[in-house]
Design a binder for this molecule. Structure first.
Ligand SMILES: NC(=O)c1ccc[n+]([C@@H]2O[C@H](COP(=O)([O-])OP(=O)(O)OC[C@H]3O[C@@H](n4cnc5c(N)ncnc54)[C@H](O)[C@@H]3O)[C@@H](O)[C@H]2O)c1
Length: 335
């Protein structure tokens, strides 16, 4: 009987794992809550493939241990593959898949909700309510329909974000280094980032974290933006020079900042710091600001997305073990 073994299965993933298992009664599915390490690799012995998801590196030792346990077909439940030692994976003949698209709506919706909350000054109002201060002023909102929303990157997520913002009645403009023909026909694109900075009241980043995009939001780009701009980064921390954003918040140039991602997030996000010394002063300051909305990389974290991550990873792994073409193979020759 074909066997698939899954690592690091969280409680919120279990119902979707059971759902997949019930739909594939001829496959033996087993799992552990533990991460894949050189020590836990042996748990996969006897399996034909593994399903994984972790921020911990897939080191040469881990991959070797998995190969020693007889498994070289590995399906990620997430997108990112930078923590895999590709040279070793290639040497050992690994076949790998990922899930590049699981729910663009999850991330786009989060960006839209947070943008609207910033514009209505909801965090300030919530703080007043908690103190039983029920006065209106000076916590006045800005309507989304009055904003020009500038979207940088019109891929899977950017496009959904554009639709949601239009649903609110905003004027949407966009910039992408590769123009989408449909969007171009509809006249969304401006010619340059500078044009977008000049016109937009709300700016949302939906581009990948490639070297060319690191710190694309910096002192220089912020100086080109309108006063009272709202900036949204639910994409990747390194896209933003956070010190420049802090300067913009301090000077009053930036009306509000939405961040679901942060350059120093690894090892800090998705941990409970209650009662412990918080490890990042800058992040603590951002969390405390009334016009900054911080979430710990949870834009993707919805039932819809988690279901897709689990089921697509298992579908991919089954394709690999059956010698079929998986939906989303990962090329091991990464440049
Ligand atoms: N917060 C979360 O939970 C979460 C979850 C998934 C993805 N993301 C992030 O969201 C971002 C967008 O993901 P996606 O699936 O929409 O990607 P995508 O590949 O579908 O789209 C990215 C778009 O950005 C464009 N682009 C690249 N560099 C650019 C630049 N300098 N200027 C303008 N456009 C540029 C590309 O041409 C492409 O159209 C990525 O950074 C991804 O890592 C975040």
């Amino acid at each position: 009987m074909t066997k698939i073994f899954a690592y690091a299965i969280r409680d919120d993933e279990k119902p979707f794992l059971e759902e997949w298992k019930n739909a594939h009664k001829d496959i033996d599915v087993d799992y552990t809550e533990e991460l894949l390490t050189p020590e836990t690799a042996k748990l996969a012995k006897g399996a034909d493939g593994v399903v994984v998801y972790q921020q911990l590196d897939y080191t040469p030792e881990t991959l070797q241990a998995l190969a020693d346990a007889g498994v070289t077909k590995m399906s990620l439940r997430n997108v990112g593959v930078d923590n895999i030692d590709m040279d070793k994976a290639k040497e050992l003949g690994f076949e790998i898949t990922n899930v590049p698209v699981y729910s663009p709506d999850a991330i786009a919706e989060h960006a839209a909700i947070q943008a609207a909350r910033i514009l209505r000054q909801d965090k300030r109002m919530d703080e007043k309510m908690a103190k039983r201060d029920l006065r209106w002023a000076p916590t006045i909102g800005r309507e989304v329909r009055d904003q020009v929303v500038g979207v940088i990157g019109t891929g899977h997520i950017g496009q959904v974000f554009m639709q949601i913002m239009e649903g609110f009645g905003a004027k949407v403009i966009a910039y992408d280094i590769f123009k989408n023909p449909e969007l171009e026909k509809k006249g969304y694109y401006v010619d340059s980032l500078d044009d977008l900075y000049k016109q937009a009241d709300v700016i949302s980043l939906h581009v990948p974290d490639v070297p060319a995009n690191v710190h694309m939001i910096n002192d220089d780009s912020i100086s080109k933006m309108k006063d009272d701009v709202v900036i949204i980064n639910v994409s990747r921390g390194p896209l933003v020079d956070i010190d420049a954003v802090i300067r913009g918040l301090d000077s009053g140039k930036i009306f509000g900042y939405v961040m679901d991602t942060y350059e120093g997030e690894v090892g800090v996000f998705n941990e409970d710091w209650e009662g412990k010394e918080f490890p990042d002063k800058k992040l603590a300051d951002l969390i405390d600001r009334p016009n900054v909305l911080v979430t710990p990389h949870t834009a993707f974290y919805t039932t819809h997305a988690v279901r897709n991550m689990v089921t697509k990873a298992f579908d991919n792994n089954l394709a690999l073990v059956e010698g079929k073409e998986p939906e989303s193979p990962v090329k091991l020759d990464q440049d």
